[in-house]
Design a protein around this ligand. Structure first.
Ligand SMILES: *[C@@H]1O[C@H](CO)[C@@H](O)[C@H](O)[C@H]1NC(C)=O
Ligand SMILES: *[C@@H]1O[C@H](CO)[C@@H](O)[C@H](O)[C@H]1NC(C)=O
Ligand SMILES: *[C@@H]1O[C@H](CO)[C@@H](O)[C@H](O)[C@H]1NC(C)=O
Length: 323
């Protein structure tokens, strides 16, 4: 009798042992820091979380709400935003959670959102730039910026810039930018911002934008020295989130299957961003990069290039001041 590989891989015992191994690996994967064990309260503090209606952003907003903060959820979709708002109010028992419309791919939307905040909020203590996309097809927005660059980097850059004085007046304050270890594969080419010289295979563009996140966060961290405002970037872990919603069915199917065992849940993905935003351990730390297990690690060599960071920051300043 001949033997083919499918006989082994389709065997129930193989399937069962894979499932068991997966669960064992999962249970071993607890990070050193857990927000539930952190007693920091945020009463009297105001926090903004972008992309807060789903995934990591939702868990971050929920955590802040549980600590008693005034939370502003910045979302693109009114319907999905209000559903998440109701859920977070109910789960946290905190009614001081609010929804505002923000589409970071549009500089006009960013300006309108920031104007609303500056008009209505007296203080701002935490800004989490979480909103992001991956796998979008090539498109140039009406601002003339490639859409993934606009959404993941230029929009959040402008948002941070517009809210900076409010953050400084409210110091101590913290900016947390959700980047990704994908930035290791990113490259810097300033023609990318306009949608030139880009390849759209898989997550190439996403990887570039995440490198820009780290670069500009580092430069901002440097510029903010002595202001009481800190800015750090974090890798939340490989998380199954809506960020993959633009990939084709097979890719998502594969990642869902593998993800059951090896990826973090969105809740676990929120741990290191929350750590940067609230923990006493991270107070005063700025211009740094945190890994998904809440440890301070070095980002890729390109991301540590201080001269490149200045260039990138200045490029983004020019890009956002013209429009
Ligand atoms: C993070 O912060 C820096 C500096 O404020 C900004 O340039 C960058 O666009 C921000 N947003 C993200 C998503 O990284
Ligand atoms: C993007 O980054 C991820 C994670 O580092 C890597 O696995 C992937 O191959 C990169 N994609 C490209 C197209 O470089
Ligand atoms: C594309 O990249 C090349 C080499 O880096 C550069 O010379 C060229 O100007 C870029 N294209 C555009 C349209 O900017």
């Amino acid at each position: 009798m001949s033997w083919v590989w499918t006989d082994v891989f389709c065997h129930p015992l193989w399937a069962l042992s894979t499932v068991i191994l997966g669960f064992v690996l999962r249970s071993q994967r607890r990070g050193p820091w857990n927000p539930r064990a952190c007693s920091v309260q945020l009463k009297g503090k105001t926090a903004i979380v972008t992309g807060a209606n789903t995934g990591i952003g939702k868990f971050i907003a929920l955590d802040f709400a549980r600590r008693g903060a005034r939370v502003i959820m910045a979302c693109r979709s009114e319907s999905r935003g209000s559903a998440a708002l109701q859920e977070i109010r109910k789960l946290s028992g905190n009614a001081n959670v609010h929804l505002r419309m923000l589409d970071t791919s549009s500089l006009g939307s960013v300006r309108a959102f920031a104007e609303g905040i500056l008009r209505e909020e007296k203080e701002l203590h935490i800004l989490v730039n979480n909103a992001g996309v991956s796998g979008l097809p090539r498109e140039v927005t009406s601002d003339g910026i490639e859409v993934s660059f606009a959404t993941n980097h230029v929009g959040p850059f402008l948002l941070t810039k517009l809210l900076l004085d409010l953050l400084k007046r409210s110091a101590p304050a913290r900016i947390v930018n959700i980047s990704s270890m994908n930035h290791w594969k990113g490259k810097v080419d300033f023609s990318h911002y306009k949608g030139d010289n880009l390849s759209y295979t898989m997550d190439t563009v996403y990887n570039h934008t995440k490198l820009h996140n780290v670069l500009c966060t580092n430069e901002l961290g440097r510029r903010l020295q002595g202001t009481g405002v800190t800015a750090n970037s974090v890798h939340p872990g490989v998380v199954m989130t809506g960020v993959m919603r633009h990939y084709n069915f097979l890719v998502r199917f594969f990642f869902n299957l593998v993800g059951i065992f090896f990826f973090k849940s969105s809740e676990e993905g929120s741990f290191s961003p929350i750590y940067c935003a609230v923990a006493q351990e991270t107070e005063g730390i700025s211009g740094k990069y945190f890994d998904s297990d809440c440890s301070l690690v070095l980002p890729a060599p390109l991301a540590r290039d201080a001269a490149l960071a200045v260039k990138d920051f200045e490029f983004c300043e020019r890009l956002t001041s013209k429009l």
